[in-house]
Ligand binder design. Structure first.
Ligand code: TYD
Length: 415
């Protein structure tokens, strides 16, 4: 038995055992497991990566859980290098500020607070803030930025600890983190403990319908235990006495959803048309049927063929190709499609923590973004396709000098 890996036998939301495996990506290293030069000769540990669909409640989830400490204690991903992400956070903070009339007596807690970038906006509105995050390295950065941060995973025990130290929260936020958490019941118990009676719980995560529609298979990796649709999520929310009071689709991360929740008891129950609309949409789009997922898996195989054929053809013509964005998703794509250093000379990335490291599995070196323009390779494969517009805008000069971009998803495109 592997102490770092647990097979999932029951649905994380409804506890059913009816889990249908539809996308088996084999064994892969954890995709944020970047490597130092001196580690390159050592064997990398690989874990099963397979996606399942719960035939009882419709929740899509991985078939196994890698021990979270292994993935999150020393974390390299920060959202704050992206303008798009920061604008998104700014808008979220503004919405909450208006909805709750936040002031200096209010407390905002952010789950998975990373370097504190979302909380800095709440702090600017004068509220008290506290973050909780298991990443020791990045939590230190948050503290240096003036954001009090508790180091740890969010669950009932840590929620009690935070409450004792800081009091109850008016707003709890959790952006791009709920999918990382195995025990969703623990999350809701924690939120229930910490949130004031009339408080708001706001969360954002990539939306399953976008994942399916845009063939975003590379967002399926060990960190993301869940791929949420509204229908199973609503079941979970209601189980813990909450309700969805607002829902908004966002373009970030290839299509996400922002949900605002409150306690059912805090308001008179009224029909929520927007939630019903999405539940109908998910039914219409057959998110509750095997065939949708089988078709998705077939399309992934088709994409592999078209992308690898394009790259092989370009290499035969002697073209130089690099990667753009050492995203975790890029590591899934390169590993699954076997795109190694013989195809991509290197990858450029804006994250200071990733520079000088090598990607897991394929061991492609990572350099700073300015190398692209200096070096002028023929093609840049945008592995962080969710930021394609931001990247192409930033690298206008590369394009003007004749550089080309390849966007891999939803179908291979050259720009
Ligand atoms: P992202 O897609 O946010 O996450 P994940 O790792 O979950 O797949 O990662 C985007 C990567 O792209 C990240 O390493 C930062 C990098 N990036 C750039 O190099 N330049 C940019 O202009 C932007 C916006 C991101």
């Amino acid at each position: 038995m592997d102490k770092d890996f647990r097979h999932v036998t029951r649905c994380r939301i409804c506890r059913s055992t009816e889990l249908y495996r539809f996308l088996d990506l084999g064994f892969m290293p954890v995709p944020n497991g970047f490597r130092k030069k001196e580690e390159l000769g050592k064997k990398e540990k690989k874990y099963e990566l397979c996606c399942c669909f719960c035939e009882t409640c419709g929740h899509v989830q991985l078939s196994g859980v890698v021990r979270p400490q292994l993935m999150f204690t020393n974390y390299v991903y920060i959202p704050s290098t992206s303008k798009v992400m920061m604008n998104n956070f700014s808008r979220l903070a503004h919405q909450a500020y208006v909805a709750k009339s936040l002031d200096e007596f209010s407390l905002v807690l952010d789950i998975g607070s990373n370097d504190g970038s979302l909380l800095t906006f709440f702090k600017a509105y004068g509220s008290k803030v506290v973050g909780i995050d298991p990443a020791e390295n990045i939590s230190k950065v948050a503290e240096l930025n003036g954001i009090p941060t508790e180091i740890g995973l969010f669950n009932l025990a840590s929620a009690n600890k935070v409450k004792k130290k800081y009091g109850a929260a008016d707003v709890i936020t959790a952006t791009n983190v709920i999918a990382h958490i195995d025990d969703l019941y623990g999350v809701f118990r924690g939120v229930d403990t910490l949130l004031k009676k009339d408080g708001l719980f706001i969360t954002e995560f990539p939306y399953l319908l976008d994942l399916i529609d845009k063939l975003e298979f590379d967002t399926i990796y060990h960190e993301h235990l869940s791929y949420f649709a509204i229908s199973p999520w609503k079941f979970l929310v209601e189980k813990f006495g909450f309700e969805i009071c607002d829902l908004e689709r966002l373009q970030i991360h290839g299509g996400s959803i922002r949900l605002t929740h409150r306690r059912k008891s805090s308001h008179k129950n009224k029909a929520n048309r927007i939630v019903d609309y999405f539940i109908n949409l998910e039914e219409e789009r057959k998110l509750n049927e095997r065939q949708t997922y089988d078709l998705f898996s077939q399309k992934v195989i088709g994409l592999k063929k078209s992308l690898t054929e394009l790259i092989d053809g370009l290499k035969k013509q002697g073209k130089r190709i690099v990667g753009y964005g050492a995203a975790a998703k890029g590591n899934v794509l390169t590993n699954l499609f076997n795109i190694g250093r013989d195809k991509l000379d290197y990858i450029v990335d804006s994250t200071p923590y990733k520079l000088g490291l090598y990607t897991p599995g394929m061991n492609i070196p990572i350099f700073a973004e300015n190398r692209l323009l200096k070096d002028m390779p023929d093609y840049a494969l945008i592995l962080a396709w969710n930021f394609a517009n931001e990247i192409m805008e930033k690298q206008k000069a590369y394009k003007a000098k004749g550089g080309k971009f390849i966007i891999p998803l939803p179908s291979v495109t050259i720009i």
